[in-house]
Design a protein around this ligand. Structure first.
Ligand code: PFF
Length: 450
């Protein structure tokens, strides 16, 4: 098979960290709690966890297999594996389009996060006061503003582009290795504080006691969308990262490790946020501003240490967002690169296009000047609920029904050097039957049952 992809990670550890860096991001800490809050708490969590392990993890393995087998980006990889059916190229292209749209909305939220980091450094955030209501008002004014959110999203995009220009192992691998462990420790500390607030137990009940009567068809689809979004699977980004994986990396183990890590961080974010939501008398259905309205109250309650924790938290969240944004920009750049465009030129081109869309989305958020276009909401729904499951369904159908079983097993077992035993039978069954059937049912039920 031709290898048109000259990038690669230096070590297995670095590769896993970079893929984990793509998975762990705003999806876990910003998106998971607010979507979980909007769609019913514990019941949402239960369904989400099922989807993560039955569908998300299977897709991650599949994308890694496709990527490492072909060493190509999605658009070419599908055709290389099935030359008789060039129409599969369009699945790759749909994935890339989805990545582009996700990147646009991701930049908006990353810009908010960077702004909150900056406001923590200058002390402006602490000066707003300890009341939840004050932070809610502050967030609303800030996020629908015309200048500040756009400036911060552009700064963030500049950082992302610089690292992608530096290349995969120099830029992406190094930053990811450092970051993940620190983020985990800090999140645990915040959970401890949140759990010791008065009235915190209500938050835990909300998160862990499922009430399935609250779950709707749309909620189930949202849980599926969130599982895919959070693991960065479905749009082919993990095919690109798979193409960089070292030949001796154990794909089953890596996928499992990343999935568990990603899920633990999402649940910890829930434990950090929901007790504080109830303790501050806020609503769990507060929407996209939830993290930015609730956590500053927790930080304020920490007295002298609050400022430092706030700075560290928003810095780490910005960096976690950075490793995810990098993977999206990298996938788009790798595609252009494969089509003959220089890396630098590709990064600049994608960045310019996505900057325009992201700025427009930002201006349409909340009471922003373009709010009548509803662009933010349209992008949010499309990239959160609909496009990832559609791309994921097509990917898993390709994998389970159009790729040769021998190729899959050969890749999963590292050419026979790794024992995968019964797991391969189970995994293949999930990929061929369970995951496509579940994806189809949830998609149809979610759309029809709205
Ligand atoms: N998984 C990332 C997060 O949870 O923040 C977001 C993301 C990155 C989604 C890359 C999709 C993707 F291709």
């Amino acid at each position: 098979m031709t290898n048109s992809n000259t990038n690669g990670f230096n070590s297995s550890f670095g590769a896993i960290m970079a893929a984990a860096g793509s998975a762990v991001g705003l999806g876990n800490i910003w998106r998971f709690p607010y979507i979980c809050g909007q769609y019913g708490g514990g019941a949402f969590l239960a369904v989400y966890i099922c989807f993560v392990f039955l569908i998300g993890m299977v897709l991650m393995m599949s994308e890694f297999v496709i990527g490492r087998r072909t060493k190509m980006t999605p658009a070419k990889a599908y055709v290389a594996l099935r030359p008789q059916r060039p129409v599969w190229r369009w699945v790759g292209i749909l994935g890339l389009l989805t990545s582009f749209l996700i990147l646009a909305i991701y930049l908006v939220i990353s810009g908010w996060t960077l702004n909150y980091f900056w406001d923590s450094v200058t002390g402006a955030l602490g000066r707003i006061g300890g009341e939840a209501g004050a932070y809610e008002e502050h967030f609303g004014c800030f996020a629908s503003g015309a200048v500040r959110p756009v400036v911060f999203l552009l700064i963030f995009l500049g950082l992302t582009a610089a690292i992608v220009i530096a290349g995969v192992e120099k830029g992406i691998e190094r930053i990811s290795k450092l970051l993940m462990p620190i983020l985990l420790v800090l999140l645990v500390l915040i959970c401890v504080r949140s759990l010791t607030l008065d009235g915190a137990s209500k938050g835990l009940e909300y998160l862990f006691l499922p009430d399935f009567s609250k779950l709707t068809g749309e909620g189930v689809l949202a849980a599926l969308g969130q599982a895919l979004f959070s693991l960065s699977v479905g749009m082919g980004v993990m095919i690109v990262y798979g193409s960089y994986l070292p030949v001796d990396d154990n794909i089953l183990k890596s996928s499992m490790w990343i999935t568990v890590c990603d899920t633990v961080i999402a649940i910890l974010s829930g434990v950090a946020i929901f007790p504080a939501v109830f303790a501050c008398g806020q609503e769990p259905t507060g929407g996209p501003g939830l993290v930015y309205q609730v956590l500053p109250v927790v930080f304020n309650s920490l007295g002298g240490f609050g400022g430092i924790i706030s700075i560290t938290f928003f810095l780490l969240l910005t960096l976690a967002a950075l490793t995810s944004a990098i993977s999206l920009l990298e996938a788009l750049t790798a595609w252009l690169n494969e089509r003959g465009m220089k890396r630098m030129k590709g990064v600049v081109l994608v960045s310019l296009c996505v900057a325009v869309l992201a700025a427009l989305a930002s201006l349409s958020f909340g009471d922003g000047i373009l709010n009548n276009t509803h662009l933010y909401n349209i992008l949010d729904k499309a990239t959160g609920n609909y496009l990832p499951p559609i791309c994921a369904l097509l990917t898993i159908i390709f994998f389970g029904w159009f790729m040769k079983k021998d190729d899959i097993m050969d890749e999963l077992s590292n050419h026979g050097t790794v024992k995968i035993g019964y797991f391969k039978v189970f995994y293949y069954f999930l990929a061929r039957i369970v995951a496509p059937a579940a994806l189809l049912i949830v998609l149809v039920a979610g759309i029809v049952g709205k």
